[in-house]
Write a protein that binds this ligand. Structure first.
Ligand SMILES: Cc1cc2nc3c(=O)[nH]c(=O)nc-3n(C[C@H](O)[C@H](O)[C@H](O)COP(=O)(O)O)c2cc1C
Length: 177
């Protein structure tokens, strides 16, 4: 499969990207082709809500979303990677999703395989609840075929993440995807 991994942390070498790297290692070993888009360091702007696209594009804004749109539509699977920010996804990832509005119909028609990888500091049983619910609602609305989630609780720093079982889980997930 052609798998697009969309990272969204300001930390290039932080916890969520560490989990993404382990997923990628496993998926490459399984023979998949992986490409990465780093929304944390891309030139992206929030949706203007101008409605010029009419939900079927093109978007009036000229930034890295134009290329990302093609990459999403070419992919067999997209992996959303995010740090947990106030119990949701990062603004950087939310911006990507909001900008999908300009090709909402094409995206929905694709029945795209997706996955979610997240890292959070806390490890309460409710830490990831709202992020997970949001992701599942997106899957329902956009016809995404969820392939699984790695919800890394207790992954507040790279050291914490390495000590947790989540890098191994992400690797194994990549291997079987
Ligand atoms: C703005 C902000 C909001 C955060 N909100 C949460 C939160 O709601 N719950 C939590 O457990 N951790 C929260 N954290 C901690 C991060 O999720 C955690 O440190 C994570 O490992 C960062 O991942 P990264 O290194 O990939 O950026 C927050 C951190 C920041 C900077």
């Amino acid at each position: 499969m052609n798998i697009l991994v969309i990272e969204s942390s300001p930390h290039k070498h932080g916890s969520s990207n560490l989990l993404a790297e382990e997923f990628i290692r496993g998926a490459e070993e399984a023979g998949h082709h992986i490409s990465v888009f780093d929304a944390g360091h891309a030139e992206l702007h929030p949706c203007l809500g101008c409605e010029v696209c009419g939900m079927s594009g093109p978007c009036v804004q000229k930034d890295d979303m134009a290329a990302l749109r093609e990459r999403i539509l070419d992919a067999n699977m997209v992996v959303f990677v995010t740090p947990l920010y106030y119990f949701g996804m990062s603004a950087q990832l939310k911006m990507v999703l909001d900008r999908c509005y300009s090709f909402n119909g094409q995206l929905t028609a694709k029945h795209l395989k997706t996955a979610l990888i997240a890292a959070a500091w806390d490890s309460n049983d409710w830490t990831m609840r709202d992020l997970e619910n949001h992701y599942q609602t997106l899957c329902k609305y956009l016809n995404f075929k969820d392939q699984g989630m790695i919800l890394g609780t207790g992954c507040g720093t790279v050291t914490m993440t390495k000590r947790s079982g989540f890098p191994q889980k992400a690797y194994e997930f990549g291997k079987k995807v």
